[in-house]
Design a protein around this ligand. Structure first.
Ligand SMILES: NC(=O)c1ccc[n+]([C@@H]2O[C@H](COP(=O)([O-])OP(=O)(O)OC[C@H]3O[C@@H](n4cnc5c(N)ncnc54)[C@H](OP(=O)(O)O)[C@@H]3O)[C@@H](O)[C@H]2O)c1
Length: 307
């Protein structure tokens, strides 16, 4: 089979021939229809994640897949060849940017039916992270005021849609070019982060979701109500500084979990959408990693490995 791989941190990913893996006990062989690129994949390649996700070389990157079950290993029940699934692979193992992957049956989730199968790969990590923030780290409720920084990005967009569906009043920061898109996700107010300082306009937030980091974190403490919560995705926030300001700040560390991914797939079938930047073949891997790392992608970059 074809797979994208690299042989050391920092090296460009190239297409290589590899054996098709075998479905062993408790696993299934998946023919991959779509595999979504995440910022995590570029951080692993850069060597920034060795403390959390050490990898062995040659490494086939990628965690987020959608596809069709091709073969079933011993001891697997409830699944059959032809079933369409989404799943998240362990980042240390990788393996998504390939034509086939073996997935543990307990990580399989039925793919949503409301979007093309390849595109549904784009909701796996971003949807799981947004779900974890809103319903596990926090308990979002109708009428709460929720600010989403980076709402035009994949994690922010999913979070904005989930929060709006839960009945929260959603505020967002995004660039002016993305304002209409973000309003379409359910944000009542969109602030252009390039021209305005959000802290001059917003106040009394129950929850701030920070997918941006940097000085956005410190400035966000001012717009929370006393006792409010900031949840950050790029870096752990300064919890002590938050306590001094009378609020709570925490980091979300996305954990793969089929039950959570099941909720995400179900939400996708109730109108939550994934924005696609481009759908490409594996041979465009090096350009795709550069585009993602350079912050140029508008939505998810999705590989179709069977091309
Ligand atoms: N902790 C975890 O478990 C976890 C899980 C998933 C993701 N993450 C991290 O979360 C971050 C976001 O992920 P993503 O996939 O959504 O990223 P992304 O594709 O990089 O999107 C980021 C978005 O933020 C916008 N932006 C940049 N600077 C901004 C600012 N100052 N104010 C408001 N918006 C701004 C960008 O808009 P422009 O296009 O206008 O620049 C873009 O729309 C990444 O750092 C990722 O590694 C962490």
């Amino acid at each position: 089979m074809k797979a994208l791989e690299y042989t050391d941190y920092g090296k460009a990913p190239v297409v290589a021939e590899r054996p098709v893996p075998e479905a062993k006990t408790g696993g299934v062989l998946v023919k991959i229809a779509g595999a979504a690129l995440n910022p995590l994949d570029t951080k692993i390649r850069a060597g920034y994640m060795t403390d959390f996700f050490p990898v062995a070389f040659p490494y086939v990157p990628g965690t987020d897949i959608s596809g069709t079950i091709e073969a079933i290993g011993d001891g697997v029940s409830g699944w059959k060849p032809g079933d369409e699934i989404v799943a998240r692979l362990d980042p240390s193992q990788g393996g998504a940017f390939a034509q086939y992957a073996v997935v543990s049956a307990d990580q399989l989730v039925r793919a949503p039916t409301s979007m093309p199968l390849a595109e549904s790969a784009g909701l796996v990590t971003v949807g799981g992270t947004a779900w974890q923030i809103l319903f596990e780290e926090f308990a979002v409720a109708s009428g709460q005021r929720v600010l989403v920084h980076g709402a035009a990005g994949p994690v922010g967009a999913f979070a904005a849609q989930l929060a709006a569906q839960a009945g929260a009043e959603v505020f967002a920061t995004a660039s002016a070019a993305d304002a209409d898109y973000v309003r379409g996700l359910g944000a009542a107010t969109v602030i252009d982060y390039r021209c305005a300082r959000f802290e001059d306009h917003l106040f009394d937030m129950d929850l701030v979701i920070d997918t941006v980091g940097g000085d956005v974190e410190e400035r966000s403490l001012k717009v929370l109500k006393q006792g409010g919560t900031l949840i950050a995705t790029p870096m752990p926030p300064n919890e002590e500084r938050a306590r001094q300001a009378g609020v709570e700040a925490k980091f979300v560390f996305h954990a793969s979990d089929a039950a959570k991914l099941g909720h995400v797939a179900e939400r996708a079938d109730h109108g939550i959408k994934v924005r696609v930047d481009r759908i490409i073949g594996l041979e465009e891997g090096a350009d795709a990693f550069a585009r993602q790392a350079g912050g140029e992608a508008k939505g998810k970059i999705i590989f179709e490995p069977q091309r």
